[in-house]
Design a binder for this molecule. Sequence first.
Ligand code: AMP
Length: 298
Amino acid sequence: MHVIHALHEMHNWVYMLKKSGKKIGFVPTMGYLHKGHLELLKMARSRCDVLVVSIFVNPTQFSPGEDFNAYPRDLTRDMELAQWAEVDCLFLPEASEVYPAGYRTFIEVESLSEPLCGAFRPGHFRGVATVVAKLFNVVQPDVAFFGEKDAQQLLIIRKMVEDLNVPVRIVGCPTVREADGLAMSSRNAYLSDEERKQATALYRSLQKARNMVVHGETDADRVLAGVRDVLRSDAPSAHVEYVEAVDAETLHTVSRIVGKVLIAMAVHVGKARLIDNITIDTDALTTNSQSAVMHAPK
Ligand code: AMP
């Protein structure tokens, strides 16, 4: 496995491979790899000739007061996991090279960046869109893989790529969950045992929403009240930042659960800010819980 830090070195390495016709797959991450990341790597590995994974805790997507400094990091373990996942190249750019002194250019994906997490993390998606665009320019992947767990991020990246004519195909991967439904996240490391138990309420509350819709409820307020009931009873010490029902493509708030609707939430449990979502497609009369991949506890 190649380990590359310098941007020009990364660029040169893929340039040679692309010249020989290799299909480059790319998975950008912030590291502290878990099984959610590993599923992305597995999917990417099976669809590409060359697999590049970046680990970069991107400072511009954290607001002042957020957990940039505390964000969990374990490069030794990440390197072992990447090797195990048959990654060809681990790209570890330095913040000082990604954002040199005098850096001035940012990408704003209007409208999609404003609701949900965007309303509570000002500048977050501007930082995400900017770093992903920069990484795409350096790595020049044919295909890039993103998790549906970050549904708003996935939509924003798709839009950015479409609007800026970036020649990369974006593939979304289903949310990977623990056996009890908790979506895997690097931030789960912040949870105490008791908080970890309460955190299972997020997915249970989303399943309640799904069940209500399956049983004929279409009023979004009533469905969201059902979701909040579960959070209140099963995660009493959690602080709900938002729970919303939005059109799965525009992210506009919906009053009725009809068509493809994303139910998304951000909930603070202890020090961890957890996000989760499901998409309910009433036209298909089935629910896509985006949770096809569940793992038994270790
Ligand atoms: P992160 O390191 O948290 O920035 O995540 C890197 C990529 O992995 C993003 O595309 C995430 O959406 C994806 N990801 C993180 N957790 C999960 C999960 N539990 N299931 C699927 N994808 C995930």
